[in-house]
Design a protein around this ligand. Structure first.
Ligand SMILES: Cc1cc2nc3c(=O)[nH]c(=O)nc-3n(C[C@H](O)[C@H](O)[C@H](O)COP(=O)(O)OP(=O)(O)OC[C@H]3O[C@@H](n4cnc5c(N)ncnc54)[C@H](O)[C@@H]3O)c2cc1C
Length: 473
């Protein structure tokens, strides 16, 4: 079994590293689904657009998704109605339907080969569950045709695809229109200069008139203070070979949430099965979650060929953050916080932000604005989901959470592999100095505060950390 995402199998793509200072009109920081979708909508519009990624194009959170394109997102519409209003709930539905149509039309227009398949989507519960039926009634009130099958509800007009094939195809389309991509090029700083913003790292700087932060969890604290606005949720995903690929995707509303879809590659069919979600700030042991996941797949008579974990940003009010980063500024933009529904929302973000840059009215600008006020009900979440875990981690250093084959000496964390070799790292995430948790299945050092991940040698794989952790040979 491979401890990596199925979407990263047989993907060979390489961009150049930025080695000299450059100037551009729009700099997009992050080449995941959001960054590439934004570049797509800004191409051919008279702007000099540059996209940089600290890692490789499409190799962040988007590479570890389950890749469903659906508007049936657990019980989001009932939740939004309760938290906000009927109007907000309906507008969110409209936005998701528009995003799906956007993705479909882009794939059709450019004949993108990304295993895009039409499927029906289910939301289900193992038990009679009133919230699923409430969701059905609300969707019907909004004019959506919903069918009931036992404890499940079903809609059509939804899809699945191969997220990296889609991202890399969009990247090629953008490049043909002159958009420049640079990999292994991270942004560590940003300051205002006389002709725009200067940002870059120790080696290079980029002067840009406008910047779009499409970097998932932003590396900077100010002005957005993201740790106080969201939590992170991790899920465990597997892909097992199947004889027959089914034309549906499904997600449960029970705990633990179960998510299923199928995928056909050139040779084999796979069932992609995700489960075992938990907030990152809770005490957890990745190995235990992987074991439970594996057992569930084996129980179905299947054997996982791939297993990986992934996390996404969960906003307190269940709406993404898409739009201006600072009051009064028309030059800094942010897109993140998709609550595990980033295939639709990142594509939508690309459209909304490009419309804002192009001065085109977009009806979702206000709804998703990162500058919106948080409800007073978010306060307990800010304290218990945002601040408390960070303080706890700093005080207790989450040492107790680590598996048995990890021990500590002062500020060093030592993992002993099955051959008895010791892997020694400095036990502090460079982002906000939280101590790390070893993920003994994927062999990564993970930060339970803000989701940074480092490989066995200490190299950063996923941000917000911009720096590696020190590895001692
Ligand atoms: C288990 C799981 C399953 C999911 N399944 C689905 C699904 O089926 N359908 C759905 O709609 N959504 C799903 N999601 C959500 C979706 O995968 C994410 O919301 C989405 O991929 C986020 O895309 P992104 O472009 O914002 O982030 P990313 O893909 O992480 O892109 C951000 C990029 O920014 C780069 N970067 C970061 N910091 C810097 C820096 N300082 N300088 C330069 N570059 C930087 C990173 O290297 C990265 O490539 C799932 C999420 C999880 C956790």
């Amino acid at each position: 079994m491979k401890r990596k995402s199925i979407w990263l199998e047989n993907i060979y793509d390489q961009e150049s590293i930025l080695r000299q200072d450059i100037t551009c009109d729009v700099l997009i920081v992050g080449a995941g689904m959001t960054g590439v979708a934004t570049a797509y909508h800004l191409r051919n519009k008279g702007f000099n657009v540059v996209v940089v990624d600290k890692n490789k194009v499409g190799h962040g959170i988007s590479a570890r998704t389950t890749g469903k394109i659906t508007y049936l997102q657990e019980t989001i519409y009932s939740d939004l109605k309760k938290k906000h209003s009927l109007d907000v709930s309906k507008k969110y539905l409209d936005s998701q339907l528009e995003a799906i149509e956007l993705i479909r039309s882009i794939i059709e227009e450019h004949h993108i080969d990304c295993d895009f398949e039409s499927v029906v989507s289910y939301v289900f519960s193992q038990h009679e569950n009133s919230s699923v039926m409430e969701e059905k009634r609300l969707l019907e009130q909004f004019g959506v045709e919903v069918e009931q099958e036992g404890n499940a509800i079903k809609v059509d007009g939804t899809y699945v695809f191969h997220p990296i094939k889609y991202i890399l195809s969009l990247k090629e389309i953008c490049k043909q229109s002159g958009v420049q991509f640079y990999e292994k090029t991270d942004i560590h700083f940003m300051k205002k200069g006389s002709h725009g913003y200067i940002c870059g790292n120790e080696l290079v700087s980029i002067c840009a008139k406008k910047i779009v932060f499409a970097c998932h969890y932003p590396y900077f604290l100010f002005p957005f203070l993201i740790p106080l606005k969201c939590t992170l949720e991790r899920s465990y995903v597997s892909a097992a070979k199947v004889e027959k690929v089914e034309p549906y995707s499904a997600i449960s509303v029970d705990q633990p949430v179960v998510s299923i879809r199928y995928h056909q590659d050139e040779r084999n069919g796979y069932m992609i099965y995700a489960s075992e979600s938990h907030p990152l700030y809770q005490k957890y042991d990745s190995k235990k979650h992987f074991d439970v996941l594996e057992k569930s797949v084996l129980k179905m008579g299947l054997r996982p060929r791939y297993m990986w974990s992934n996390h996404d940003i969960m906003t307190f009010d269940q709406l993404p953050f898409i739009g201006r980063l600072e009051k009064g500024s028309r030059d800094l933009y942010l897109a993140t916080g998709y609550n595990t529904w980033g295939m639709t929302n990142s594509n939508l973000a690309g459209k909304i932000i490009s419309d804002m840059i192009l001065d085109i009215y977009n009806r979702y600008e206000e709804l998703f604005s990162p500058l919106r006020k948080l409800h007073i009900e978010s306060l307990p979440k800010i304290i218990y989901g945002g601040m408390k875990p960070m303080i706890e981690n700093k005080v207790w250093k989450s040492k107790k959470w680590n598996p048995d084959n990890v021990y500590f000496e002062g500020d060093l964390a030592i993992y002993v592999d099955k051959w008895g070799k010791e892997h020694v790292v400095y036990n502090r995430c460079p982002h906000m100095k939280c101590s790390l948790l070893f993920n003994s299945v994927e062999k990564t050092w993970d930060c339970p505060c803000h989701g940074s991940r480092f490989d066995l040698d200490g190299h950063v794989i996923i941000g917000p950390s911009n720096y590696n952790i020190t590895y001692y040979h």
